[in-house]
Design a protein around this ligand. Structure first.
Ligand SMILES: [Zn+2]
Length: 202
């Protein structure tokens, strides 16, 4: 009886309850609000969603989101630093903590552990190397998780960047073992950034 047995409503409630932080109850409230505001909410929401669906894609150079109607932020000419993160959520956390104002590179995940020598497995690692070369980047900050996968990935990247001679740093170990960037508090993240250490190839 969740959506008065109207299939359209039930379908919508199901979709909305999949969104982060929402369960069936809040999804139902949202749908009711939408239905009661057809012109003010449903219509503009439908338009906005279809625009995002059509024009927002992942940049295949830096991994960030971009609109097909404008250039990606990574095409800006000059930048000295690139901060490498696993996903967009991690970038947003670092951004909102206000610690770092430079450019990002979003890998799109981590390498599976113990398979570091297999080629980058769909992660944007080759394009990171190209960005470093093309923009004469001075520092690459590795901000991957302090998990085995994060460490494996960070090793693989510093290996791939060896020939570029770029300075490679890694967030300090203030990041708890197994710690995912996304869930760190601002203070921990801040000190991890400030105390980042040089990565040396062995
Ligand atoms: Zn880009």
């Amino acid at each position: 009886m969740i959506g008065n047995n109207i299939k359209e409503i039930e379908d919508l409630i199901k979709i909305i309850s999949k969104l982060p932080g929402l369960g069936p109850k809040s999804a139902k409230r949202i749908v009711l609000k939408l239905i009661n505001n057809r012109e003010e909410l449903i219509k503009p929401l439908t338009i906005a969603l279809s625009q995002v669906y059509k024009s927002v894609v992942r940049c295949n150079i830096c991994g960030n989101l971009k609109s097909l109607n404008s250039n990606c932020i990574c095409s800006n000419k000059k930048y000295d630093q690139i901060c490498v993160v696993e996903n967009i959520a991690d970038m947003w956390v670092i951004e909102s903590a206000g610690i770092y104002k430079g450019h990002y590179h979003i890998l799109g995940g981590t390498l599976p552990s113990f398979e570091s020598k297999k080629t980058g497995s769909g992660l944007l690692i080759e394009s990171l190397v190209n960005r470093v070369k093309k923009n004469s980047v001075k520092e690459v900050i590795l901000a991957t998780s302090a998990s085995i996968e994060g460490e494996t990935t960070s090793h693989y990247i510093s290996d791939s960047l060896k020939d570029t001679k770029v300075k490679i740093t890694r967030l300090a170990k203030g990041v708890p073992v197994g710690g995912e960037i996304e869930f760190l508090d601002d203070g921990t993240l801040y000190s991890a950034f400030k105390n980042r250490s040089l990565v040396t190839s062995d």
